[in-house]
Design a binder for this molecule. Structure first.
Ligand SMILES: [Zn+2]
Ligand SMILES: [Zn+2]
Length: 523
């Protein structure tokens, strides 16, 4: 009895020693390093991002990979040079560059453009520089802000002045802009209807501060019976720094980005480790950690435009972005990009139904690096465990990662890669893109306080003349109920809002100075 027990323990100890570390142990290690405060939010081009790059490189080298890099130019800021000016009559006026402004000279008369005139089909702006105002266009059918700018340009505007109420302060922050119009777009704080007809002359000349980041990648090449195809597995390793770009939380605080996207990088590393062990794959596997995704897919765009391998051999891109918060639902976005995904994923769903629910479909234009591949007519899938409260906030920390969930995702993804290895061709489907963002028929006219973490939606400001102001709501109020809908956070607020249409009247309950107040709101 005793001997048996001792032998039993011995065997157990031996098998424990022989067993490699569990993936969850690695996931925890990678994420705790990558999402550590000392990396300062891994802003592309920053020293913190370089630290992350060195960590990834070291991991791959230890696995036995040859690590390759690709330098990616990054525009830090676009600011007006001292050649720039705006003169009304003969006088220089105070002005600000709007982040989507192009460069150029323009001269003409100011056209104070009413919202009605703006939609007038006969509008001709030759020789005139319009002032685009804040307009209450129908959010469902009306033109978007960018469509409005494009229309004015098409109608002959050589430059556009945006009325300060029509843009937010953020729109004059010119850091990390990657897309802009071909004409100057500015705002003038003092502009009003009395400027109509006055002559204006301007020159917008832009200086660029630039830096660079690195795409880091390794290739596990096929050795025998090769298909000649390449599967690209990707994850971006940059994040928001201290919130200078894209933050939904407090600027100035470090945004650690544990789920977005230390989790994806950790998964990338472990999948590459797994492949190193298998060594009998038919395809080549290229694992790439992208820089500057948060700035507008800058790293991946550069990678597909100047590919360091033969892009035409790409079978598919599997993009890992936010894979650390598996509840039960594992999503494969963009899986409408090839009919093969359906086949692969239905088999996997059945096999893993006890541990996860699957959801897949849609086009590949989603907001992550797979979109760069999809635009090159490559089938893509974006693996995603879902959006949450801490998304793009300083609170996206390592202690909120579900490591067991990551292990489940890892097992499913190793099966996915195994399934891909048996396929030699994948069709590409161009999916008609629907509006990805939720559009509302109504607006309350509030600015939410994204830093508020209690129950409900805290109001940061109310817009003049909109339903919230008319109902008597104030900054500081916390909305807890709208009609029959309980409001827990911004998501339930948006969900509630989608149930109303223009003209609807309902009650709204807010907490003000600790007391519940009921008001009536009319949309
Ligand atoms: Zn991301
Ligand atoms: Zn992000």
């Amino acid at each position: 009895m005793r001997t048996e027990l001792i032998i039993g323990i011995f065997v157990l100890a031996q098998s424990m020693m022989a067993q490699p570390q569990r993936p969850a142990t690695y996931f925890k290690q990678h994420i705790e390093v990558l999402a550590h405060d000392s990396l300062e939010g891994r802003l592309a081009g920053s020293p913190g991002e370089r630290k992350a790059m060195r960590y990834i490189t070291k991991q791959w080298e230890e696995m036995g990979y040859k690590v390759l890099t690709q330098k990616v130019p990054i525009i830090k800021n676009r600011r007006p040079s001292n050649k720039s000016y705006v003169k009304i009559g003969k006088k220089d006026v105070k002005w600000h560059l709007v982040r989507w402004s192009g460069e150029g000279k323009a001269q003409g008369t100011i056209k104070w453009l009413s919202c009605n005139e703006e939609t007038d089909k006969t509008l001709n702006l030759e020789g005139r520089i319009p002032v685009m105002q804040e307009c209450d266009f129908d959010p469902h059918h009306g033109p978007t802000f960018f469509e409005r700018l494009s229309t004015l340009k098409r109608k002959g505007a050589q430059a556009i002045i945006i009325h300060p109420t029509a843009i937010s302060e953020r729109d004059t922050n010119t850091a990390y802009t990657f897309q802009w119009y071909s004409i100057p777009i500015i705002t003038i704080p003092t502009i009003d209807s009395t400027y109509d007809g006055k002559s204006i002359k301007l020159n917008i000349d832009i200086e660029i501060d630039s830096t660079y980041g690195f795409n880091v990648y390794v290739i596990d090449s096929c050795e025998t019976n090769c298909s000649g195809k390449t599967v690209v597995i990707s994850a971006h390793y940059d994040h928001l720094g201290n919130g200078i770009i894209g933050s939904r939380g407090k600027k100035g605080e470090v945004h650690n980005g544990a789920d977005d996207n230390a989790s994806g990088v950790a998964m990338l590393l472990e999948l590459s480790r797994k492949l190193m062990e298998i060594k009998h794959n038919k395809h080549n596997y290229l694992f790439v950690a992208f820089t500057a995704e948060e700035m507008g897919l800058v790293g991946s765009k550069h990678f597909v435009e100047d590919p360091p391998y033969d892009l035409a051999t790409t079978l598919a891109n599997v993009n890992l972005d936010m894979v650390g918060r598996l509840d039960t639902l594992l999503q494969f976005l963009g899986a409408g990009s090839s009919s093969k995904w359906d086949k692969i994923l239905s088999v996997l769903e059945k096999k893993h139904q006890k541990v996860a629910k699957f959801k897949w479909g849609g086009g590949g234009m989603g907001p992550s690096d797979h979109a760069s591949f999809y635009k090159k007519r490559i089938p893509v899938v974006h693996v995603f465990t879902g959006l949450h409260e801490d998304y793009h906030k300083p609170s996206d920390d390592a202690d909120k990662i579900n490591y067991r969930g990551m292990e489940i995702t890892y097992i499913i993804l190793t099966d996915l890669l195994a399934a891909l290895d048996t396929i030699s061709e994948m069709d590409y489907i161009e999916v008609k893109e629907e509006q990805m963002t939720v559009r509302f028929k109504v607006t309350l006219g509030i600015m939410p306080d994204y830093t508020f973490s209690g129950k409900g939606l805290k109001i940061d400001g109310v817009v003049k003349g909109k339903p919230a102001e008319k109902a008597g709501l104030q900054a500081g109020d916390i909305i807890v109920k709208l009609g029959d809908y309980e409001i827990d956070n911004i998501y339930s607020y948006m969900e509630a809002l989608s149930h109303f249409k223009k003209g609807d009247k309902t009650t709204i309950i807010v907490i003000r100075n600790g007391k519940e107040i009921t008001k009536t709101v009319e949309f």
